[in-house]
Design a binder for this molecule. Structure first.
Ligand code: DGJ
Length: 703
């Protein structure tokens, strides 16, 4: 038996009969729990109408050993070596890492499996497969699988589309195989980010929950299987296109890693593990500096780049406390609309006759840093690049893939194309003071071939390499991963980018759901959350500034609105919001996320509690009309039950639209009220009656 354990999780492996199997994955069991008898305890009877001896699926789930479910590996050598039987030949355990070496002499394959359980309960799994034969081996599929206990009866995953990302779906686990496929060539709008399994009663604050994700920004598979024997397992892998991975003699293929996570403290407990791990990395943005409040000008100017108007906006930005201004799409060669220019990353003298330097100096002069938009993986046919190299697009045969936003995908696996993008982007970054780039990716990969072979895997590695090289050349550069909003947000990209554009939908009501569920795995400091215009450009909905501000507070906050249109009162509120954000971002970006199980389905209550419980900040957001005349009390779990807290409503960022004759008195008290942590978690406070699409920000400070 091999036991990897953290404070909160255990993974127990068996190595009996030269087979590697996982006996257990779940809550930490402690040293005493692992006896040799565990494998006896986990062995079933011999059933009627079944194999003559109890079978162990093992991590390889092989047909050759009698396993009848979905296998881990599938591939062949031109029709041979189609079935594997790997033996465990060696293993080492060091620093909470198991490295297992397996071999199938008949299929002539070697496999290395690495399981690392970190102190936060996150299990990272990686595999490398080597072709030990003398002819080619085609790998069709390799999935990581973990066992689930019988009490994990439900699965929850996420679906989505443009402007409607991360929509949850929770259902009972049926018998058979349930599959979520990502075939967009990027992680995708419909990417589940994490596949969750849990008991029927698991909620945000309590119950067991198991999560598995591909840490990968290309195609993916997320699977759950319940066999007729009753075994339940959860799996994830890269979805490989036919012929995408063909190993020549001696070649080794690294399977993209997966990340597994377990908590017995509900879905919030799972997020706590993800956040603790992600924040522990040296490259994590808040370990470098606080997140600057951002103004992105896309929805303010679109393609209409007028320097005088932009300077006016910068003046207002400086007045209200903005720290970073971002010039979006439209600054480069011939890019007057979305039909031209992608591929030519040179500043367009037609709109910027003196280059961008004078604007950047103006912005920097006000103590604000500058960011710029790129979409380096794409090309418009109407571009100098395409005219010179029409062959540098991902395609199959002599077909051109269907257009999407008038663009094709540049084949970054082609060394010339890679160097072209790297060189042009590097030149712009070297000649100008650019702190941050927003890197977009506005179409899926379709028919994505390179010289006759499917190339999504290599294209994904190429973009990682490109980001890493840009960062190596410009060590202070921050990169935002945007993909028409949130179509490339995953646990692979966190190693290469610093921020995600959560969604193109800036409507605060729509964002409530998108942010809640993207935040399951990604901490708020990595999720761009902007105050959009009064009348949402995507939904046309009119929303109070106070509600837009409340929503955008819980993330890497910014504004995406022509703030020269904001009146004096709105500017005052924006300035107050920014100054409160600056005061609270340390808490927001280090604390524990809490999503309250609120009895009114028409409202969200959520917040962040400091790790030492000294303070917290919560939102009460009324989405549609209250279910009852008086809104249900908002409770605030997670505080120290035996401490007193000052509870204060922050109406300085804008008063909500009330829906009553007289306010609840605690909101009106400038100095707030005092309650114990226990009373806050049980009795809570009565929220003010606010109209739909309104809410209130509440701070809690230990006294
Ligand atoms: C899609 C992005 O998600 C938007 O924020 C914006 O950058 C546009 N592309 C620009 O074309």
């Amino acid at each position: 038996m091999i036991h990897l354990q953290s404070k909160t999780a255990s993974v127990i492996f068996d190595t009996k009969d030269q087979q590697l199997s996982i006996v257990y994955w779940g809550a930490g069991l402690g040293d005493l729990a692992v006896t040799e008898d565990l494998s006896l305890a986990a062995t079933t009877s011999v059933a009627n109408g079944n194999f003559d001896t109890p079978l162990v699926a093992g991590v390889l789930r092989e047909h050759s050993r009698g396993f009848l479910g979905h296998p881990t590996i599938s591939g062949h050598r031109n029709g041979r070596a189609w079935s594997t039987k790997f033996d465990l030949v060696d293993h080492t355990i060091a620093a909470d890492t198991l490295i297992a070496e397996l071999e199938d002499k008949h299929a002539q394959l070697k496999l290395q499996l690495t399981y690392h359980l970190n102190e936060y309960g996150i299990l990272r799994i990686a595999a490398a497969i080597t072709n030990d034969g003398s002819d080619e081996y085609s790998l069709n599929e390799f999935n990581y699988w973990l066992p689930l206990p019988d009490r994990a009866t439900q699965v929850m995953d996420f679906t989505g589309r443009w402007a409607h990302e991360r929509q949850p779906q929770r259902r009972d686990i049926p018998y058979g195989l349930s599959v979520r496929e990502g075939r967009e060539g990027r992680s995708g709008f419909d990417f589940t980010i994490v596949e969750l399994a849990m008991g029927r009663n698991t909620n945000f604050q309590s119950g067991e929950v198991w999560g598995l994700s591909m840490a990968w920004s290309g195609n993916s598979l997320h699977l759950v299987e319940k066999s007729p024997n009753g075994d339940i397992s959860i799996g994830a892998g890269e979805l490989l296109l036919p012929g995408e991975v063909v190993l020549s003699a001696g070649e080794r293929h690294e399977v993209p890693p997966a990340v597994a996570n377990f908590s017995d403290l509900g879905i919030d407990g799972l997020s706590h593990n993800y956040y603790s791990w992600i924040r522990s990395r040296k490259i994590h943005p808040t370990n470098i500096r606080p997140r600057p409040v951002t103004l992105n000008m896309w929805e303010a100017v679109y393609f209409d780049h007028n320097e005088a108007a932009i300077r006016e906006m910068v003046d207002v930005a400086a007045e209200i406390g903005i720290e970073r201004v971002v010039l979006d799409d439209g600054w480069f060669h011939a890019r007057r609309d979305d039909r031209k220019g992608l591929g030519d990353w040179v500043i367009d003298p037609a709109v910027w006759p003196n280059g961008l330097a004078p604007l950047i100096e103006y912005i920097n002069g006000k103590g604000i840093e500058f960011g710029l938009w790129f979409e380096g993986e794409m090309v418009n046919p109407d571009s100098d690049l395409y005219r010179a190299h029409p062959e540098w697009i991902l395609h199959e045969g002599d077909r051109i893939p269907p257009f999407w936003r008038h663009q094709q995908v540049l084949d970054l696996t082609h060394p010339g194309a890679f160097e072209h993008v790297l060189g042009q982007v590097d030149a712009v970054l070297s000649a100008n003071n650019i702190a941050y780039i927003k890197w977009d990716h506005n179409r899926p990969l379709v028919d994505a071939g390179h010289l006759g072979q499917a190339a999504v895997h290599n294209q994904t590695l190429a973009i990682y390499r490109l980001f890493d090289e840009l960062k190596a050349r410009h060590p202070k550069l921050e990169i935002e991963s945007c993909s028409s909003g949130g179509a490339r947000i995953d646990l692979g990209m966190i190693e290469h980018a610093d921020r995600f554009w959560t969604s193109d939908n800036n409507d605060a009501l729509e964002r409530q759901t998108i942010q809640r569920w993207t935040g399951i795995a990604i901490p708020p400091e990595m999720l761009g959350t902007h105050i959009g215009p009064t009348h949402g450009h995507q939904t046309g909905r009119t929303t109070e500034l106070s509600f837009r501000a409340l929503n955008a507070f819980f993330g890497h906050a910014g504004i995406e609105w022509n703030i020269t249109e904001a009146n004096a009162h709105e500017r005052k509120n924006l300035a107050a919001w920014i100054s409160l954000y600056k005061a609270k971002r340390g808490l927001l970006h280090s604390g524990k996320a809490i999503r309250v199980e609120h009895p009114d389905p028409n409202a969200f209550v959520y917040g962040v509690v400091a790790q030492d419980k000294s303070e917290a900040i919560f939102a009460y957001a009324q989405h549609t009309m209250n279910a009852s005349a008086f809104p249900a009390a908002a409770i605030f779990p997670g505080l120290d039950p035996d401490s007193l807290y000052r509870v204060k409503a922050h109406t300085e960022i804008g008063k909500p639209h009330y829906f009553h004759v007289a306010n609840t008195p605690w909101v009106e008290k400038a100095e707030g009220i005092v309650m114990s942590g226990k009373a806050l978690a049980t009795l809570g406070v009565k929220p003010p009656m606010v109209a739909p699409l309104n809410g209130i920000l509440i701070s809690l400070t230990r006294i």
